[in-house]
Design a protein around this ligand. Structure first.
Ligand code: DQA
Length: 141
């Protein structure tokens, strides 16, 4: 199973962001943990961008190439109709991931444009949210 892991804006700055919400690991460290958890069962590719259009293009390019997408759209979760629409078109398994408890923070983070077009959501467990997504895909593989 080929899996594309997409991280949106400011997730390249993990390690420098508020630890109470995002934990203390860098994105590279989280990616390494995901590779370890995936073992030989999943083939992972990683993409991070701070640009909405680049994320939309990456989702489009994943059609027919990747079996699943794990996506943390960062702040675009709460604003992006374009990412919602791209995920709606993508026909593989889609998993939304967040490090923090997006539903129990500021009101603006409760607005969510991606959840209804994803198969599953893992949130609020820092890096474990990503590892839960990997475990879910290993189980359905
Ligand atoms: C986030 C939550 C978003 O609200 C925030 O803008 C982020 C990260 C998370 O992983 O908890 O950048 O997606």
């Amino acid at each position: 199973m080929k899996v594309l892991v997409i991280n949106g804006p400011n997730l390249n700055m993990l390690g420098k962001r508020p630890k109470e919400h995002y934990g203390s690991l860098t994105l590279y460290q989280i990616n390494d943990l995901m590779v370890e958890e995936a073992g030989n069962d999943l083939e992972l590719e990683f993409f991070q961008s701070n640009s909405e259009g680049d994320i939309v293009t990456e989702i489009q390019l994943a059609i027919g190439v990747f079996d699943a997408i794990i996506i943390n759209p960062g702040a675009y979760t709460h604003t992006s109709v374009a990412i919602h629409d791209a995920l709606e078109i993508y026909d593989g398994t889609k998993i939304e991931v967040h490090l923090s408890e997006v539903d129990n923070r500021e009101d603006f983070r409760r607005v969510n444009f991606v959840r209804d077009v994803c198969d599953k959501t893992y949130a609020g467990k820092h890096e474990e949210s990503y590892l839960d997504a990997i475990r879910y895909l290993k189980n359905i593989k």
